[in-house]
Structures are given as structure tokens and as C-alpha cells.
Design a protein around this ligand. Structure first.
Ligand code: DO4
Ligand code: MG
Length: 280
């Protein structure tokens, strides 16, 4: 299992206890490679390890989002909890029926979420919209899919969302989902691990050092398979530099909860690390 962290000037690769800072590495090239391990191995052969003590706490370093020219897309209503929360928030507008339909339908909900230049990394601020009264983070297992459509890695995603805008009318979804600071991924891209269905996804939100929300789920609660989601994304489309696909949220706080400026959001996925962002 290899973890790829993005720094301002270059990349840091970690394979167990070996940490190397590499030159000439490109995520676009990795996403275009037939076999990602073949692309990564020569960097470990050609580069001296950095002393571990300098990098012993990768979780405390503000890594950039591990992305170059990949688009970030997202799947929705892939967990029962997302379906029920969406139906509740859109009942008044009459939009609830559509969430029920898409949960049962063969075709999943897929939407565009972000470009690399807009994506925030680990410890960078995320935002809530000023014209939105009800806002939540969405902790999501995020797939790295190469240009040939194969899933070869994983990262952690936060699909920041306005529930008030989305609930008002399902056609407002792009405004609820795509705005400045609405997307974070990281802290690294993990390649070469086998993800068990029991993999736990958890979130903790703290405000002035008090925990105001926590929840967890597991990948086994996902209604659809990961290859099914990625196949739908690549159907009749092409991604020359590959893509990231957020796989939907299985954790939604109850209706009384909204994010505040200053809240700290920590999302943990077993084997992938912790993605932490403060709300600006
Ligand atoms: O349909 C609305 C968005 C769903 C979503 O983002 C999710 O289920 O994670
Ligand atoms: Mg989502």
C-alpha cells in the first residue's frame, strides 16, 4: 500500500515506514498508467528515504488536495440514511419522490462536484454559503479511477452541502453542492490496498473543543457496488486524466444540526487516514 501526499513543490510517497520526497512525479501520469504500481515502483528504487522523524506526523501537515487535472464527481442517495434525510428535507417542496425513485433505480445519481483548482486539502478551510441557512459536511469514500475506468486507489472526501437550497428544489442541486470551498479531499491518495466492506467511515464535528456531532457507518451499507458507480461515470464519457468519484454519504446529522463558522470537521476512513478541515 502506497500513500501519496501532495506538497506545494512536490510529492511525498509513503510505503510502510519508507517516506520519500520525489521529483518528476505526476498524478496525471499515475492516473494514465495501465498499472499504477509499475509507475510508482521506480521512484522508490531511485530515491533515498527521508529521515522518518521529519515526516513522522503526516496527519499534522497541511497537505494539498492530491489532484492535478482530474475532475471530481459525486454519487448521491447511495445509502439509506441519505435517502431518508433527503426525503425529509424536500417533503414540503414535493421533491421527496425523486430521492425515493433514484435510490431504487438502476441508474445512480451522479453529479459534477469540483475541479482540482477548487478542491481543498487536509487542514485547509472549507466554506458554507452565505445564502444558505442549513449546512452539513458529507463524509464520503472517494474512488481514484484511472483514464481506462479502473478503480486503483482511494481517498477521503467531504461533499459540503447546503440542505436548505437542495431541499427547496431538487433543480437547485448544483448550487447546493458546487460553490467556493465546498469540496475537500485528502489527506493523501492511497494506492494498492484492498478495501473491505467492513471499512468504517466516521465523522466528528467539534465546536469550541466540544463535540457537537459524531457518527459512523461502513462501506457495507452502500446500496451499490463501487465498480457499478465508476462504470456509470465512464459510460458515454471520457476522462483523459482520470477522475475522482465520491460515493455518497451514509451519515447525515438530524434536522436540528447545522454547521457554524469555526467548526472542525474530522473524517476518518479506516486505512485511509483522517481528513480535517475547519469551516471558514
Ligand atoms: O441528491 C442529493 C445529493 C446526495 C448526496 O450528495 C449524497 O447522498 O451524498
Ligand atoms: Mg454527498
Amino acid at each position: 500500500m502506497i500513500k501519496i501526499y501532495r506538497d506545494h513543490d512536490d510529492y511525498v510517497l509513503q510505503n510502510l515506514n519508507r517516506i520519500i520526497r520525489v521529483q518528476g512525479f505526476s498524478l496525471d501520469a499515475l492516473f494514465q498508467a495501465n498499472n499504477p504500481v509499475d509507475y510508482l515502483t521506480p521512484f522508490f528504487e531511485a530515491t533515498e528515504s527521508e529521515p522518518l522523524e521529519q515526516n513522522s506526523a503526516p496527519g499534522e501537515y497541511p497537505w494539498l488536495a492530491p489532484i492535478e487535472n482530474q475532475e471530481i464527481w459525486a454519487a448521491g442517495v447511495t445509502y439509506m440514511r441519505s435517502k431518508s434525510a433527503r426525503m425529509e428535507e424536500s417533503e414540503q417542496s414535493g421533491g421527496d419522490h425523486f430521492y425515493n425513485l433514484v435510490y431504487e433505480a438502476e441508474r445512480p445519481e451522479l453529479f459534477f462536484k469540483s475541479t482540482g483548482s477548487r478542491a481543498r486539502g487536509h487542514l485547509a478551510p472549507v466554506r458554507i454559503r452565505k445564502d444558505s441557512a442549513w449546512n452539513v459536511p458529507e463524509p464520503e469514500l472517494t474512488l481514484a479511477i484511472n483514464s481506462a475506468g479502473h478503480i486503483f486507489g482511494y481517498t477521503i472526501g467531504n461533499d459540503m452541502s447546503s440542505r436548505s437550497i437542495e431541499g427547496e428544489n431538487p433543480l437547485y442541486l448544483p448550487q447546493a453542492k458546487i460553490y467556493r470551498g465546498s469540496c475537500a479531499i485528502g489527506p493523501c491518495l492511497t494506492v494498492g490496498n484492498v478495501l473491505s466492506p467492513q471499512t468504517k467511515i466516521s465523522i466528528l464535528i467539534s465546536r469550541l473543543s466540544e463535540v457537537v456531532f459524531q457518527g459512523d457507518t461502513s462501506v457495507s451499507q452502500l446500496k451499490r457496488t463501487l465498480p457499478e458507480l465508476s462504470a456509470y461515470l465512464f459510460r458515454e464519457n471520457e476522462f483523459p486524466c482520470g477522475a475522482y468519484l465520491m460515493t455518497g454519504t451514509g451519515i447525515v446529522p438530524d434536522a436540528g444540526f447545522t454547521l457554524h463558522s469555526g467548526d472542525r470537521i474530522q473524517i476518518q476512513i479506516e486505512g485511509l487516514g483522517v481528513l480535517e478541515n475547519e469551516v471558514e
